[in-house]
Design a protein around this ligand. Structure first.
Ligand SMILES: *[C@@H]1O[C@H](CO)[C@@H](O)[C@H](O)[C@H]1NC(C)=O
Ligand SMILES: *[C@@H]1O[C@H](CO)[C@@H](O)[C@H](O)[C@H]1NC(C)=O
Ligand SMILES: CC(=O)N[C@H]1CO[C@H](CO)[C@@H](O)[C@@H]1O
Length: 641
């Protein structure tokens, strides 16, 4: 409580100071008003930041020693969680205090560019800017929402009438609905999971909005979305993201129409009209099948098989170490940092099998001047690709490690993943796989190209609208553009308009139907925005690096964008190095411009990448006599008003 009133006092101070400034900036008035006692804000800021540097050095050395100690003791990294929790909560208290101390410093008073940017970045926070108790409550809400996915609350579809064997959405239901072809079972799980969690989900979401608005108020933001987009330094990023959605819409509509036809053939013509939105659960299944061998859809040329890379990896007795080598070599070939044997011996640790679990994810550590890596023991094509993303993050961490506190961050959240995405697309191109001999004598004819682009396209083109509709729902709720008594139908209006999706049965405000991905996207460390930005920006980076290294030559059929590999291209490496060295010293638009010559997120690179697929889908839909587009008013949700 004490802190809250202090914060408010300081906000007043801050506001009145701004007021004073605008007054005195009128040239004639400035000389006549009585001069205020002059505070040397620059000196105050400098001292705070220097003090903060000392704290961070200590913080990082604690993290480093935990990494090294536990790695020694357990041979793998098993963070002693209490010790780690202490460090994290001390760090939170520190960054909160620092933001509070810096927030009263008027930016205009700081002449040094670097210092001004530090004050700007470190002076505002999101949920972690709340006072302790509110912060704890808001994090409990976030945890409770994640718990909605793991609570065992739905009876198994296949148990007898009087028996209820409870299962959770993650992982059981998620797994079952990706496999079953029984429409009734798909509908059963979709409806029952939502009916179980809807009331709590809605309540938690409303509470989340409340706390987020409170955090925005601490920042002096009248529009809460300004705090949601805090690190983008952009008030209306949603508009830009929407623009990217419209860029890819012609392609998405063709894909949507194609999939609707496949689904009507699979589950019956009566499940939806030929011009209506697709039931949400069926589209979810399609997304899950993007890379599955036995998917609900066939690739464009079913008789032509893409090469079996896993088989090749098994033949060559691939190890996790070999994957690491290939991925680090990808970046070394561009002229970026070499990872020394010392790094691999000291700072890279393989997870044990039990620690790794089924869907193991590697983790990158940052404790400058060093970086660390825990990696998965599993060996497959997905891990191979993902490791390129992790290596990219390690490289980024190394290049920005020398920057002062607050500026040694990625240019904006998702920026680092976007660089990683671009490396993954390059490393997964047939040209690259051929060069590193993971596929042999593979001729990239049109049919195989189409099969590959189709699978990749299903994934990309369904994911982007999914993240975008989540994003729009969150931001519109924060901004009260969707009212609390219209949340569910508001959600379905967005789904219908942008994604052409509808609930599989009629819904109302008695329900609350967002999918689990929305709840996950509210976690401060895994914000939905990050996924969306990195998907879109990743393709923009890829195109930029391909053009710079002349591996993509627009108009030249021998150098299409979808088969560009910038491996060994020092031109691309130079750009990446310059980009990574910037950290967040510059606005992300300035940073992205280095690679893309553009200052805005857009979907043009995606359209270029999938151009052959777009033409194929258009042709195919015409041949099949399939309607394209949907009736966006068919939300299948009964609004109260
Ligand atoms: C914030 O300011 C207070 C009061 O001057 C000081 O005691 C504290 O150390 C400062 N903390 C940080 C992190 O700047
Ligand atoms: C690939 O082609 C080369 C030469 O054309 C041949 O020696 C080799 O056996 C082929 N490999 C496979 C796997 O077909
Ligand atoms: C009286 C006067 O000069 N007002 C000006 C003060 O400065 C603002 C912004 O610089 C102007 O818009 C006012 O006209």
């Amino acid at each position: 409580m004490k802190q809250a009133s202090l914060v408010i006092a300081c906000m007043l101070l801050w506001t009145s100071h701004v007021g004073a400034q605008t007054k005195t900036s009128n040239s004639s008035a400035a000389t006549t008003t009585t001069p205020k006692p002059k505070i040397d804000y620059e000196a105050v800021a400098l001292e705070l930041v220097e003090h903060a540097n000392l704290y961070m050095n200590e913080h990082y050395s604690k993290l480093r020693s935990i990494f090294l100690n536990s790695a020694k003791k357990f041979h793998h990294l098993n963070l002693p969680s209490t010790q780690n929790n202490d460090i994290q909560s001390s760090y939170r208290a520190f960054s909160n205090q620092l933001a509070f101390n810096l927030s009263i410093i008027p930016l205009a008073e700081i002449k040094n560019d670097i210092l001004r940017r530090q004050v700007k970045i470190l002076g505002k926070l999101q949920l972690n800017g709340l006072e302790h108790e509110d912060y704890e409550r808001s994090m409990n809400i976030v945890r409770a929402m994640l718990g909605l996915g793991t609570a065992k609350n739905v009876c198994h579809y296949r148990t007898g009438a009087n028996v209820c064997n409870h299962i959770a959405y993650m992982p059981q239901i998620h797994d079952i609905v990706s496999k079953t072809r029984i429409l009734d079972e798909l509908n059963y799980y979709w409806t029952n999971w939502r009916n179980e969690i809807g009331v709590e989900g809605r309540a938690r979401f409303v509470e989340f909005v409340h706390y987020f608005r409170k955090a925005a108020a601490y920042n002096g933001h009248v529009s809460p979305s300004k705090t949601w987009y805090l690190y983008y330094e952009e008030d209306d990023l949603l508009k830009e993201l929407e623009g990217a959605m419209w860029d890819i819409m012609p392609l998405y509509e063709e894909m949507h129409a194609f999939i609707r036809n496949v689904l009507r053939n699979q589950y019956g013509q009566n499940i939806m009209a030929d011009d209506s939105p697709i039931p949400h659960n069926l589209m979810e299944q399609v997304l899950q099948h993007a890379w599955k061998a036995k998917s609900i859809f066939s690739p464009p040329f079913p008789e032509r098989k893409l090469p079996d890379i896993k088989h090749k990896m098994d033949q060559e007795i691939f190890t996790a170490k070999k994957i690491n080598e290939l991925a680090s070599h990808f970046f070394e070939s561009l002229g970026l940092n070499n990872f020394s044997p010392h790094f691999w011996d000291t700072y890279a640790r393989k997870m044990s099998d039990e620690e790794a679990g089924d869907d193991c994810k590697a983790v990158v550590f940052y404790f400058p001047p060093d970086v660390g890596l825990r990696y998965c023991p599993k060996v497959d094509f997905k891990k191979f690709l993902q490791m390129h993303g992790h290596m990219s993050e390690l490289q980024y961490n190394l290049y920005k490690a020398h920057l002062p506190i607050g500026l040694d961050r990625e240019a904006c959240p998702g920026f680092g993943s976007a660089i990683g995405e671009s490396a993954i697309v390059s490393a997964g191109s047939p040209r690259h796989l051929d060069r590193i001999k993971l596929i042999e004598n593979y001729t990239l004819d049109n049919e195989l190209t189409m099969n590959r682009l189709f699978r990749l396209g299903v994934h990309t083109l369904i994911s982007i609208p999914m993240y975008f509709t989540n994003e729009k729902f969150i931001v519109d709720s924060l901004e009260s553009r969707i009212q609390p008594d219209d949340l569910n139908c508001g959600y379905w209006s967005i789904q219908a308009k942008y994604a052409g999706l509808a609930p599989p049965e009629e819904r109302s405000e008695d329900h609350f139907d967002p999918s689990y991905s929305l709840y996950k996207g509210l976690h401060p460390l895994k914000q939905n925005t990050v996924k969306l930005v990195s998907e879109i920006l990743g393709y923009q980076f890829y195109k930029g690096l391909c053009i710079a290294s002349k591996q993509y030559i627009p108009g030249d059929p021998s150098r299409p964008l979808h088969n560009c590999d910038y491996y060994e291209q020092e031109e691309a490496g130079k750009i990446l190095k310059n980009l990574m060295k910037l950290g967040s010293t510059k606005h992300w638009r300035d940073a992205m411009e280095l690679v893309t010559n553009e200052r805005k997120l857009n979907g043009k690179a995606i359209m270029e990448y999938y151009e052959p697929l777009y033409h194929w889908l258009k042709e195919k839909n015409k041949q099949n006599g399939v309607q394209v587009g949907w009736d966006a008013s068919a939300t299948n949700c009964q609004s109260k008003n």
